[in-house]
Design a protein around this ligand. Structure first.
Ligand SMILES: Cc1cc2nc3c(=O)[nH]c(=O)nc-3n(C[C@H](O)[C@H](O)[C@H](O)COP(=O)(O)O)c2cc1C
Length: 375
């Protein structure tokens, strides 16, 4: 597995601390480093200069490469500059809620080292949408920025839609796209929003608000729906039907799973929360595949879940993703994984003799469809 040499050296020390402490430590170090003049340029020189351009156009947006940071790592828009300097094609910030909230008590994030996985039950700890926007406005936007929104834990179920609407209103002018998170397993009742009746009402309200906001700001900001991997075929079909009916702009598949696939006798498997990383990979790719069939290629998909290398990324793209995201592998392999993934994908495009990633993926999807025997 490719990884930064320095991160490999540093990782045993970092992993001695509880997962959330390591996370804070690394971002505190980065913040200190970024006070030095030239730190950003140096980081970009290390990570981005040797990164191959791999442009993708989707959702009406231009991405320098298809690899984004998944939601949850930078919930409060505090680390945009270093994260962009690692070479991501886009960053998804949040999940952010209308009001600040502390999240669940610690410990709430666990490393499953033997499985390259994490279990988390963070519970949308965040500074609230207004503080987050203030943080975001301090930085010049280095790449497309998605803002992932959710509801506050203590908002009663019947006021859920209002929470999403007020968060959408607050982030609209600052986002390149907005992600609507209805799939975190750590906010009680949130996943109930994936039911047909609830989702219909939510999507309708969001699309109405989006039209009003687009007129007000003179800019159309696409909205993506982030779904869980724990959905059966009927649920996927129902979600796809609503996404098409409401002309939603994209789907992000998937969030973490509440199931525990391939974990054997891992003692941490019993921890409550969402599982991410390697054991999620197959599950999320299957959801993307089924969703792509249901959406008939009419709605962009952002594929996320267990990507560790270019092969995994390619699988997600073949299954139907237009863009991809990572989180857990970044914790295990360090920021060098961004460049490795993008450059390895670019090698695949070159080998295909196609002019772009989109064309190479389309060709590979066609070839794969031909492989399926016709009875
Ligand atoms: C510690 C942690 C916190 C997360 N927080 C959020 C979140 O706030 N909002 C969200 O939509 N997804 C959140 N996620 C899910 C990720 O965005 C992603 O969908 C999931 O981890 C699968 O990708 P991965 O296997 O590459 O990590 C979180 C994941 C982890 C590991």
């Amino acid at each position: 597995m490719a990884s930064c040499a320095w991160y490999k050296l540093f990782r045993p020390l970092l992993f001695r601390f509880p997962a959330e402490t390591s996370h804070r430590l690394i971002f505190t170090l980065l913040r200190l480093l970024y006070r030095l003049p030239g730190a950003s340029a140096l980081t970009r020189a290390i990570f981005v200069r040797r990164l191959t351009a791999l442009p993708v156009r989707t959702m009406g947006l231009h991405f320098a490469n298809p690899l984004g940071l998944a939601a949850g790592l930078d919930k409060n828009a505090e680390h945009i500059r270093p994260l962009a300097d690692f070479g991501f094609g886009f960053l998804e910030l949040g999940t952010v809620t209308p009001r600040p909230q502390p999240g669940n008590p610690r410990p709430r994030m666990f490393r499953l080292m033997h499985h390259a996985a994490l279990i988390n039950r963070m519970g949308f700890n965040n500074v609230g949408v207004y503080k987050m926007i203030a943080n975001l406005m301090r930085e010049k936007k280095p790449c497309p920025i998605g803002i992932n929104i959710g509801k506050n834990r203590d908002t009663p179920a019947e006021q859920t839609v209002e929470d999403y609407l007020s968060a959408l209103q607050a982030v609209y002018a600052h986002a390149d796209y907005v992600a609507v998170n209805i799939s975190s397993p750590n906010t009680p009742g949130l996943r109930d929003l994936q039911s047909e009746e609830n989702l219909d009402a939510l999507l309708r309200a969001l699309k109405t608000a989006q039209a009003e906001l687009a007129a007000k700001h003179g800019r159309y900001v696409p909205i993506a729906l982030k779904i869980a991997p724990d959905l059966d075929d009927a649920q996927i079909a129902a979600i796809a039907k609503l996404v098409l009916a409401h002309k939603f702009d994209a789907v992000i598949a998937t969030n973490t799973t509440i199931t525990r696939p391939d974990l054997g006798h891992e003692p941490l498997a019993a921890q409550t929360g969402g599982l991410s990383g390697r054991p999620l990979k197959r599950l999320s790719t299957e959801i993307i595949r089924k969703l792509y069939v249901q959406l008939q290629g009419n709605v962009p998909i952002i594929g996320v879940g267990g990507i560790e290398n270019a092969e995994d990324a390619w699988e997600k793209l073949l299954a139907g993703a237009d863009l991809i995201q990572i989180y857990t592998v970044l914790i295990y392999e360090g920021p060098g994984i961004v460049r490795t993934l993008v450059n390895d994908l670019a090698d695949r495009v070159r080998a295909s003799d196609c002019v772009s990633l989109t064309a190479a993926v389309a060709q590979a999807r066609k070839n794969k469809a031909r492989e399926v025997p016709i009875n």
